[in-house]
Write a protein that binds this ligand. Structure first.
Ligand SMILES: C[S@@+](CC[C@H](N)C(=O)[O-])C[C@H]1O[C@@H](n2cnc3c(N)ncnc32)[C@H](O)[C@@H]1O
Length: 282
């Protein structure tokens, strides 16, 4: 547990928000309006693997006046970080208890419940909590085929699942080790992240197919990180994380990895691919 630091999630949040597919978000909002009315008020959203709450901060401004969010993670330190980040983001903190928070963001009145749960085991219980929408960002590339199958069998609401890594990884200027690094990183992404062998780069496509097989109507689109403002703290932490993973696979040794890191610290452009998806209930 605790593989994702609050510092990393804070650095990636603006890049994640900029990368999200506007097309998928528009389909989500149009479908929710069709089901719940133009005002999009009174919606309940269950956010899985919430981290420090980035997904709420991305979507809540697009939804209506009254919102209820249930933020789920198994990392209690990240649930604490989510509370702090949401209080800092809010225009007004209305009230709070040990497991809840009520805030105003502009004219949005947002009630938030924080739930600690391990989704690898508690999936059925968590999905039984009342919700009009299940959401997740940067979660589905961690899970296994078997978990996605169980998840899709149990899902009774629309799903908004964004920022699943799709295997694309490019820098400008290129380095001769880039392909080896990309392949090794994808291999590492497919190792067990607590749910069995992870889908990693094939998660977006697998989730899309699994939902379609169960008659969900699916919209999928790309949401790449396009990191141009280099050097940056985010890019430094990204390539350090990639190098760490590649070293664990044994595909490159430390000296080669150091050469690669030194080269890309001066990169002018980095592109990391993702899939965003919205699935409307049959
Ligand atoms: C890449 S982070 C994404 C966090 C957040 N959704 C975001 O977009 O910033 C993946 C999140 O999934 C959570 N997670 C991983 N495995 C989990 C599990 N078995 N049960 C619950 N949460 C889990 C991690 O603690 C982390 O917060």
């Amino acid at each position: 547990m605790g593989e994702f630091s609050a510092q990393w999630l804070a650095l990636r949040e603006p890049v994640d928000h900029a990368a999200r597919s506007a097309r998928v978000r528009d389909v989500l909002l149009a479908d929710l309006r069709k089901r719940h009315g133009e005002q999009l008020s009174g919606l309940s959203i269950l956010d899985l693997g919430c981290g420090s709450g980035s997904n709420l901060r991305a979507i809540a401004p697009h939804l209506g006046g009254q919102q209820r969010w249930c933020l789920v993670d198994y990392d209690d330190a990240l649930l604490d970080a989510a509370r702090l980040a949401l209080k800092a983001w809010a225009h007004v903190v209305v009230s709070e208890t040990t497991d809840s928070l009520q805030i105003m963001y502009g004219d949005r009145d947002i009630e938030i419940t924080f739930r600690s749960a391990d989704l690898s085991g508690d999936l059925q219980t968590v999905l039984a909590w009342p919700a009009d929408l299940v959401s997740a960002s940067a979660l589905f590339d961690l899970v296994s085929r078997q978990w996605v199958d169980r998840f899709c069998d149990a899902l009774r609401t629309p799903l908004y699942a964004v920022l699943s890594f799709d295997g694309q990884m490019q820098w400008e200027p290129e380095h001769p080790f880039d392909q080896t690094v990309r392949q090794a990183f994808c291999m590492h992404q497919a190792t067990d992240k607590g749910f069995g062998a992870a889908l990693g780069p094939s998660s977006g496509r697998y989730l899309c197919d699994a939902l379609k097989q169960r008659a969900f109507e699916v919209t999928i689109d790309k949401s790449p990180w396009q990191i141009e403002d280099l050097p940056s703290a985010f890019h430094d932490m990204l390539i350090d994380g990639i190098a760490h993973a590649v070293l664990e696979t044994g595909s490159l040794g430390e000296a080669d990895m150091d050469t690669w890191l030194a080269y890309h610290r001066r990169a002018s452009l980095c592109l990391i691919g993702h899939d965003d998806l919205y699935a409307s209930v049959p």
